[in-house]
Design a protein around this ligand. Structure first.
Ligand code: CO
Length: 299
């Protein structure tokens, strides 16, 4: 009797241990599986815009990204505090980079490709990159975060962007008419991308000029070039992702110091084109190509 009981108990223990082992094996296999496949996400980060018409440019990028990476969830963040504040007041809240990444981590994403929709690797880009990378080392963060470069990064990007931008100039433009691209400009060393862009533009089109609102080349620099080339008519086009506040006011506004006012006063007929770079598919293709690299690096 006692032998029998003992044997039954042993059998019970054996079966229980086996069952436990199976559960443990199954659980760890499941965990391993989860870690390998993970949940991949894309975060698109723009400076942002408070101009409703300019939002169309971001909608275009969103559509192009979703078409190419259909199986990956896409999130958005705006880096500008001022713009987020303004939009929130109007009832359209937008996330910052950190808020968007925290939300993605909370929703179980394990790897994220963050794509900068900035034009140059300046202040905004570097701040964003720092935040994105911090989420890789944070507890409850991601196992991997990659950051896609802004529009202008390599020499090849510069050539591709110059070609794409010149191809988007209105077809009615005559060969003796100039094209003036208005960039933002910055005190950051990455401002060098604007004179760099002038170099690549000029090689494709001797009457294509690049100026900036807050950096070098300035509007004065551009005006000097236009006078030297005896230009009588110029197309003004934003070298910015969206035709937002700068394009509508600094470039095409009624104020005395807007680009259109200054150039018109100098005897140059101006045709402003209120279209951001994010509305031009061949330009967006460069950002998307950088995102592809970032997604590939998640592997
Ligand atoms: Co600005």
């Amino acid at each position: 009797m006692s032998t029998f009981n003992c044997r039954t108990l042993k059998r019970h223990l054996y079966m229980t241990a086996l069952a436990l082992l199976l559960v443990v094996t199954a659980t760890s296999a499941f965990a391993d599986h989860n870690e390998k496949t993970g949940k991949k996400g894309i975060l698109l980060v723009a400076f942002g815009t408070s101009v409703p018409e300019a939002q169309a440019a971001f909608a275009n990028i969103d559509a192009m990204v979703k078409e190419k990476f259909g199986n990956i969830s896409v999130f958005w963040a705006y880096t500008s505090h001022i713009i987020r504040h303004k939009l929130a007041k109007q009832g359209h809240p937008h996330l910052s980079t950190a808020e968007a990444l925290a939300r993605m981590a909370d929703q179980g994403f394990t790897t994220v490709a963050v794509q900068s929709l900035h034009t140059i690797p300046g202040e905004e880009f570097h701040a964003m990159q720092g935040i994105a990378k911090a989420f890789e080392t944070m507890p409850d963060g991601f196992s991997k975060v990659t950051v896609g470069r802004p529009l202008l990064n390599t020499n090849q990007d510069m050539m591709n962007a110059a070609k794409a931008l010149l191809a988007s100039v209105p077809a009615e433009r005559q060969s003796n008419e100039a094209v003036v691209f208005m960039g933002h400009g910055t005190p950051h060393p990455a401002n060098i991308y604007y004179p760099g862009m002038q170099y690549y533009m000029e090689r494709l089109d001797p009457l294509a000029f690049v100026g900036t609102v807050e950096g070098t080349p300035s509007l004065d620099d551009v005006l000097k070039e236009l006078r030297q080339a005896n230009v009588k008519k110029a197309y003004l086009i934003p070298l910015m992702s969206v035709a937002g506040d700068h394009a509508r006011n600094d470039m095409a506004g009624d104020e005395d110091d807007s680009w259109i006012s200054v150039l018109t006063k100098a005897g140059i007929t101006c045709i402003p084109v209120l279209q951001g770079m994010a509305e031009k598919e061949p330009v967006v293709a460069i950002w998307v190509q950088h995102l592809q690299t970032a997604v590939d690096q998640l592997q």
